[in-house]
Design a protein around this ligand. Sequence first.
Ligand code: 3NM
Length: 518
Amino acid sequence: MAPKPVDYSLYLVTDSTPPILGDKDLVAVVKAAVEGGATIVQYRDKTSETAELVQIAKELHKVTKAAGVPLLINDRVDVALAAGVEGVHVGQDDLDLKTARRLLGPDAIVGVTANSLEEALEAAGDGADYLGLGTVYATPTKENTKSIIGTAGVQKILAELHKAGHEVKTVCIGGVNASNTQRILYQCAAPQKKLDGVAVVSAIMASSEPKEAAMHLRKLVSEPPPFATTASKSQLSRDDIVAKAPDVIKRMVGKKPLCHNMTNLVVQNFAANVALAIGSSPIMSNNGLEAGDLAALGGSLVINMGTTTPEIRSNHLKALAAYNAVGGPVVFDPVGAGATQQRKEGVKALMAGGFFDLIKGNEGEIRTVSGAQGVKQHGVDSGASQLSMDDKIKLVKGTAARERNIILMTGSMDVISDGERTFTVANGHEYLGEITGSGCTLGTTIASVMAVEREDKLLAALVGLLMYEIAAERAAVRSDVKGPGTFVPAFIDELYRVRQESVSGDGSWAQVAKIRTV
Ligand code: 3NM
């Protein structure tokens, strides 16, 4: 069946219960919402008697019809027929799709809730006009949701629908609001199939200003998030990276971007010194409430989970939202992600709370980020490797494609990918593993470069990585370096030297780059 010309971009699902609707009038709220820009409305009422349902549906229909917006009824085909509205939405436990279609006819809009790939493929095959995919995030609006599938789950369903050749329209539902709409649309998108819209309940129904709430959401769904890179990803070879690196660093030094570090107690001083040495301007604020002011200064943010607590996590979430809102690059270092239950939950909460342009970690940390079960880290160390190089490359590339960001797995051979372009980097020195904070301050270095190179963030990350690891190589062979202790000051000096050489137009330091495209 050819898709019907329906705009699903801002799909309002009503709720008449006091915790959501409060003492507002349902019809007045829906009127305000369609005036504000809701493009389709579903009347969802699990408690009213049939006669009342039909009566309210008719009143709502007057309002939606005047605005040229379709009205669907949740679950009840009989009510849809009696009120003469445009269609129904059925859940998996409601009247089946084929019967609903037979009763309502081919022109009616029939939508189905799908919580899994199997349900989505079945409903699409049976001729649903659209699917409501979810639950994206846990929501108090509907407590008995079957499964929380996140953006990764929605993306997988979209990819498989495309593979199976289904043109069915899709929206996602569950915990969608103005703070996360753009990111959800962005991260749910599969390469060949995007969502057609978002479905919201409380974001409009619980608002004291439903018209303004709808207007704001409608604007958000029509624009990419500020952090999205719009330019297509150009091919990058080792030689391109080597040739560009000194100039990218020169640009960074010229701008001296703010590098906001929310880092652990152990490395704050070291991270600030690394930022100064490479030419960015560090601020070590852990106060989420001032992140908005700092984000407005045009720099980047590092969120490091090293010595995390619930209070620190809440500050991280505030800062993440502030930087996402203005498109300031954010680097996430999930230190010890697989070591404790608290940290595993922390990773999930942060990844569900915002967008990270780059996530860097050792093998255990990146496996945890990818969602692998049973990762056991001993403290912040990765532990013995579980993966072959091929497996690492697959994991890094797949996770980056899923999150639509950059993943960097550090090790004696680093693996980095933006989901399309993947490289290994074999620079660095073993002394980096013998001092504290080398992973954390690599995050500082990459974030500093990303602050100025936003068009190609993978290039920025590779330049930061090379600067860092080549400086370490140079420091380690100096005659004044006798071990990890003397290495630290020499390393800071060598970071500074790479910076000075780059500024003076001497890019020879980058020639020793051991980068391979994989
Ligand atoms: N269906 P809010 S979640 C009605 O997962 C509904 O199928 C869901 O409410 C599903 O936008 C949900 O307030 C409630 O989070 C969504």
